[in-house]
Design a protein around this ligand. Sequence first.
Ligand SMILES: C[S@@+](CC[C@H](N)C(=O)[O-])C[C@H]1O[C@@H](n2cnc3c(N)ncnc32)[C@H](O)[C@@H]1O
Length: 450
Amino acid sequence: MNKDLFARYDIPAPRYTSYPTVPYWKEDQFTPEDWGKYVRAAFSDDRDISLYIHLPFCESLCTYCGCNKHITKNHKLEHPYIEALLKEWRLYLDAMPGRPVLRELHLGGGTPTFFRPEALRFLLENILRDVTVPETRDFGFEAHPWSASEDHLKTLYELGFRRISIGVQDFDEELMALVNRKQTVESVVRCTEQARAIGYESVNFDLIFGLPKQNISHIRKNAEMVAQLRPDRIAFYSYAHVPWLKRSQCAYSEADLPVGAAKRALYEGGRSWFLSESYEEIGMDHFALPHDPLSKALREGALHRNFMGYTPYKTRLMIGLGASAIGDTWDAFAQNEKNVAQYQQRVQEGHFPVFKGHRLTAEDRRIRQHILRLMTQFETHWTPEEAQTDAMSAALARLEPLLADGLVAIRPFHLQVSPEGRAFLRNICLAFDAHYWRKQPDGQIFSKTV
Ligand SMILES: C[S@@+](CC[C@H](N)C(=O)[O-])C[C@H]1O[C@@H](n2cnc3c(N)ncnc32)[C@H](O)[C@@H]1O
């Protein structure tokens, strides 16, 4: 590992769950009526949809967490929130002229398993009533091992879920206590075994590298647990340190955070152990066993990435229900109000609760395609006509140092990320990011790339 490269390329940059990235979206981009028109147009083109439902509540605060959540022990909040989700869903049904085919469904959070199983059943039965559920689909949910009961797992299986994503983060209980996360090894083992016994076809573990005081022996222990429990997928996230956005990350000392080459060594250690256990590296920070649909999609060139992560299915329309949820019609993005009370109020008034968004230009769509290909296939290509555009010549000029460092190989109209370049995928995408280079953000926004 070339330490010098980490010194030079470990800079703040987006994680590219979208292009343009969220900080470049604007408030009041469009009215709720405009958003409805985008939804209608996308649906008229393709009736397959993806649905993300954001369930924001958590009973306690994990201090490392970078997600949008609402900390409470008050379970009376479940009912009004579900009422709002169903009302928002009704607005989408009114905008879609026909019966949607639900290709992908993901419950994210917060902690979806904060909700009682019967509350989730009520929510989902009301949603599934108005869609066609195809045989080939990806229905998954995020489970906190501490709160996901066998009843949750059985209920969601009965509703058609076949994939569970377990938030492990790290198997070391002392390390988890340092970030205020209540969890035991036993709870992860139980959740995994119950999911398998019930019939779930794909189990994912979320693991993080770069947590405070985490070292290579923690990663080794995590790899041993992976070898023992054999999850079908692993999301091996780089810890995103953004204390200016998430105050709870100030609870521990920055001196305890592995950074730069030391942090990357944790990833490299995990990666080599996962590969030796027959996992394949799917894209940025993701691994899967060869039989998993994600590995198959990678081999067939069909892998896609959206706000829910890597997925084998691509739909033109992605609907996001709930506070802070994001929708994507391919021509436009919109994000809902983040505050739970404000989200509920906007929905009760009968409007799409969007507050921020972006309409994609033709240039945005071209760049989006490059970033998507880099993230899912580690390569991209362009036409001779596109090579003439200012955006492409600017990107190629910005890539020159990365080319000199062997991170990419470029031949006419084609770019390939080299094996060394995979560690710097976000830097490579940044070279294409015309919005970023037109106006770099004032102050700190993004986490560092390594
Ligand atoms: C929306 S969170 C839901 C996790 C769920 N509430 C639980 O506790 O199991 C989804 C995943 O994001 C990842 N994550 C959260 N904060 C992160 C951070 N600061 N850096 C990197 N990954 C993070 C974690 O791996 C987590 O499992």
